[in-house]
Ligand binder design. Structure first.
Ligand SMILES: Nc1ncnc2c1ncn2[C@@H]1O[C@H](COP(=O)(O)OP(=O)(O)OP(=O)(O)O)[C@@H](O)[C@H]1O
Ligand SMILES: [Mg+2]
Length: 254
């Protein structure tokens, strides 16, 4: 379970995350949605112990991130927004290196697990290639393998599906659904509203660091007074494009 309790992050004087509270239950996929710069990555980085909260706290499987971050980290798997990967290792070497860090016992079981995940994500053909040759989507896929290899029960996925082809996205969806059925707690951010709509049990919409709406699609629809698609709900809550400025720009450049 992820319990976020009045988390706030201030950078210099800028409030990136403001009094944020929400909960993600075991067996649930929670989608964090919000405009660019609204505080999604900052929130995730605090949950992972990569950033110190200014105030507030959170618990990961009942481990307080301020007091027991090592225990919390052990149960978490994370795919960052921009994975930093060791370019001079092959995919296979990298995953084995990560497995060693997590102390996953070496042996056939571990190798089978790695192979299986790589097969599923269509990257096994590239497992002996250097990571520097990987495409953007392949880098995200190998990051997902790295995040899953120690069998975490809490997953934090920051724009996992960005740049992933439809087959890869469908595979990821099935993998995440399977993990959810086995009781995993999954927090994901995405700008692909269709993915959020189809995959998430509940959605939290964050704007300027604050949670402005939360619920199932049904509950959000009610809140947004009859707007039917997630795109309409999202735009009605966070503001749509500035048509006047766009018209002005197009007029000027004509
Ligand atoms: N280390 C930092 N120092 C100063 N400001 C930061 C830092 N990290 C993030 N911010 C600011 O905090 C705000 C929230 O950033 P964050 O990366 O959390 O947004 P996001 O919701 O993940 O956006 P996106 O959808 O573009 O990924 C932004 O205004 C960003 O500039
Ligand atoms: Mg982000």
């Amino acid at each position: 379970m992820i319990e976020v309790m009045e988390l706030t992050k201030v950078f210099n004087e800028f409030i990136a995350v403001k009094n944020l509270s929400f909960q993600v239950n075991p067996g649930e996929i929670y989608g964090l949605l919000g405009p660019n710069g609204s505080g999604k990555t900052t929130t995730m980085r605090m949950l992972l112990g990569l950033l110190q909260p200014t105030t507030g706290s959170a618990r990961i499987s009942s481990h307080d991130i301020r007091e027991e971050i090592v225990a919390a980290k052990r149960v978490m798997g994370y795919v960052p927004e921009e994975p930093v990967l060791p370019e001079r290792l092959t995919g296979w070497e990298y995953i084995n290196y990560i497995s060693d860090i997590w102390r996953v016992p070496r042996g056939p079981e571990r190798e089978d697990d790695i192979q299986e995940l790589m097969n599923l994500l269509d990257i096994s053909d590239a497992s002996d290639d250097l990571i520097e040759t990987y495409s953007k989507g392949m880098s995200r896929k190998i990051s997902l393998v790295a995040a899953l290899i120690h069998k975490p029960t809490v997953l934090i996925l920051d724009e996992l599906q960005a740049g992933i082809d439809p087959r890869g996205a469908a595979t990821m969806k099935e993998i995440l659904n399977g993990l959810r059925e086995r009781g995993a707690t999954i927090l994901m951010s995405t700008h692909i509203l269709e993915i959020a709509e189809r995959m998430c049990d509940r959605i939290g919409i964050i704007n300027e660091g604050e949670l402005i709406a939360e619920g199932t699609m049904e509950e959000l629809r009610l809140k947004a007074k009859g707007q039917s698609s997630l795109e309409e709900i999202f735009l009605s809550l966070t503001g749509g494009p500035d048509m006047q400025l766009i018209a002005q720009y197009l007029g000027e450049s004509a």
